[in-house]
Each structure stands twice: as C-alpha cells, then as structure tokens.
Write a protein that binds this ligand. Structure first.
Ligand code: SOE
Length: 380
C-alpha cells in the first residue's frame, strides 16, 4: 500500500500545470511506495490560485509561500515560480525539513545554487530539479546505449533549442507569462531557459564541460515593462551560441534563440562517436536515430528506432499502452515524479539533484561570462 506524500505547489503557470498533471497521473501507471496527494496550491492571487486548485484537485490554497512551508501537513514543496524566487523558497523549505522539487534552472547563478545545495544537503532532504527531457524514453535510451559503449570514443556533441516567440518588438517584458524576458526575474534569457536543458542532457550523456567560448545577442534592446509601465532596457540574452570542450576530449557546439522564425520548441541533439552516432529531435520525441558502424557494410545506415517497446527494452514504456503506441511531452514529467517517489521513499534524491543542476548552472555562468568578456571561460 503506497504511503501518501503531501505536495505543496508554489506557482500555477505552465510548469505548475505540467507538474500537477504528473502528480495526478503517476499512481495510475506506476506501482510506487509513495502516492502524491495534492494538499495545497499557493500563489499571491487568491482567486486565480483557487481556480487552479479546483481544476487540478488541490485540497486547499495558501497565498503566502511561507505559510505553506510552515504547514505540518506538507511533505514536499514544488517550486514553480520565476527563477529569482527559487533560492529564498528552497532555503526556507530545506530549513523546515521539506522535500523539494525545483523548476529549472536551479537558481539565478551558481553562487545562489551553491547556497541551495548546501541547504538541502545540510537538511538531508530529498530533492530534484525538473530537467524533464532526460526522461523522454528515447533520450533515456540514448543514455543506455552510450553507457554500454556503443558509440565508443565520443568526438562531437551538438545541440540546438530554437524558438520564435519573442520576435515582435511590441511584446512587453515582466509579470505573468513574460517574466522570462525580464532579467531581474529570470537571471538570463535563452541561456538559463533553453540552453540549460541542452547542457543538462549533454552533461548527463557525455560528461562534464571544462571550458566554453560563447556569444550572445539581444536583438530587441528595450521593451515595455508590465510591472512598471515604463519602456525599459532588455537585460536578457535573446540568442546564444557556444563552443566547448568536454572533459572526455570531445567538442561541443550549442545554439539557442527565440528568433528562429518558424521554430516553436525545436530541441535537437546529435552525438558522433568512433563506432556510431545518435540523434534526437523533440518534435519526433519517441524516435531515436542510431547509426552503428558495426553493421554489415551493405546494410549500414541510420536506423530510426520507434521507442515504444513494451518488453522493458525501452525505458518507461512498459508502464504505458501497448507496443507501437507512443507517449508525449507530459509523460517526461510523470517519469520524473515516479523516479523521485522511488528515491524519496528511501530518503534519497532523484537525478538531477540540486548538486547535479549546479553543474549546469556553472556552465551557464561561464557561457554568459565568456560572451560578455569576449573570451573563453573556464567552468566553475
Ligand atoms: C520557454 O518557452 C519554455 O517553456 C521553457 O521555459 C521550458 O523549460 C522549455 O521546456 C520549453 O520552453
């Protein structure tokens, strides 16, 4: 019989919905030692958070996150608010002995991230950071193939995350939905929001990054600020590209922008090794492309693996429908909750932990430093 784990959700935006959906569905599909209970949702706007709570099934609401954290009936706090609030909430939640699930990126910068790591480690509370793409089954399969040595020595890692939603100069910055354009709330632009995903996956698949050479651009230099009503300078990076060295000797090439007209959320990566290559595309997320140089010469070519097998060969898929029927974006969050609940029942964290996510934060910091100083930067 699964033990209840009471969730306190802070925030109700896009990620508040994605995580709530995952909590609601996970116990229907996975046999787990813990069962999430949507105990309370918290945000400043009482009417809006009540509507959110009613829609997703939260039992109660709070309008002050401190009050939520004080509640003895909350076991785990989910931080789904803008990046500039992660640190303060995480420190308070850790001090109160709550488990923490924090939205990405971990923090505004690595100094904050280090403080947050120390807080959860001192408190000994299970934690995780929502870098969800690791748990798309095709991406998890890529990890298994690499760990089995099927690519051999890795030479190249290439990743892109392309969007086009901020091209209009009329789009304001700041406030609900648009805080991602406000440097004071987000810390950075595409580097922390989109490249952070690519970096997390890259470190997981290919190991640590040692140094970076980056460039960033802010194409729209000023925008109306929704909170002040003034036209204000834009402090975020609209686009970022960087080269890097991985500690295993391979070379990395990363690009992200919100100005790639026609692309809404195109996350792709490709890895080239001595014996084979892998590539993945978020728009075709259930497929993993694999080239195996060990194949018989006349049949050698890219194979497209439909990652939907039910036998246990394809990660997570035995929990869903029948072979051949695919799942989607939202399931990556269900998988992360499932892994977190397994780990939390043992008093452990689920990867990426705060400490894992700090590595990504350190790469982001180095990328921004390199771009602003126009020279290569060492990570850490
Ligand atoms: C931004 O548009 C965004 O929603 C990111 O914040 C998410 O992390 C990414 O997965 C999709 O794009």
């Amino acid at each position: 019989m699964a033990k209840p784990l009471n969730i306190g959700m802070i925030g109700y935006g896009f990620m508040g919905r994605a995580h709530s959906n995952a909590y609601n569905r996970v116990s229907n599909f996975f046999d787990l030692p813990l069962r999430p209970v949507l105990k309370a949702a918290c945000a400043r706007n009482a009417a809006a958070v009540q509507a959110f709570a009613d829609r997703w099934g939260y039992e109660s609401i709070e309008t002050d996150w401190r009050r939520l954290i004080e509640r003895p009936d909350i076991d785990a706090v989910d931080i789904c608010v803008p990046n500039n609030l992660h640190r303060e909430i995480a420190l308070a939640a850790a001090a109160a002995g709550k488990m923490i699930l924090c939205e990405k990126p971990l923090a505004m910068n690595s100094a904050e991230g280090e403080e947050m790591c120390q807080a959860v480690e001192r408190a000994g509370v299970p934690n995780t950071v929502w870098y969800n793409y690791r748990r798309v089954p095709a991406v998890t399969l890529a990890k298994r193939l690499i760990d089995e040595g099927r690519l051999g020595r890795i030479f190249h890692y290439r990743a892109n995350f392309l969007q086009d939603w901020t091209i209009s100069e009329d789009l304001p910055q700041g406030g609900a939905g648009l805080w991602r354009l406000d440097a004071a709330a987000a810390g950075s632009g595409v580097t922390g929001d989109l490249l952070a995903h690519c970096i997390d996956t890259a470190i997981w698949l290919n190991g640590r990054i040692s140094d970076v050479g980056a460039m960033t651009e802010t194409f729209v230099k000023q925008r109306m600020h929704n909170l002040t009503g003034q036209v204000e300078p834009v402090g975020i990076d609209d686009a970022c590209a960087f080269l890097c060295h991985f500690q295993n000797g391979s070379l990395g090439l990363f690009e992200s922008t919100r100005y790639a007209r026609g692309h809404k959320a195109l996350y792709t990566f490709e890895i080239n090794g001595e014996h084979g290559s892998l590539k993945w595309d978020l728009h075709d997320l259930h497929r993993l492309e694999f080239f195996d140089h060990g194949d018989e010469g006349r049949l050698r070519g890219w194979r497209s693996i439909h990652v939907t097998d039910h036998s246990g060969d394809h990660p997570y898929m035995d929990k869903w429908w029948v072979p051949g029927l695919q799942i989607g974006y939202e399931h990556s969050f269900v998988h992360q909750v499932a892994d977190f609940l397994e780990a939390a029942a043992r008093g452990e964290s689920a990867a990426p932990t705060f400490r894992d996510a700090l590595e990504t934060q350190q790469v982001c910091d180095a990328v921004l430093r390199s771009a602003s100083e126009r020279q290569w930067a060492t990570v850490g």
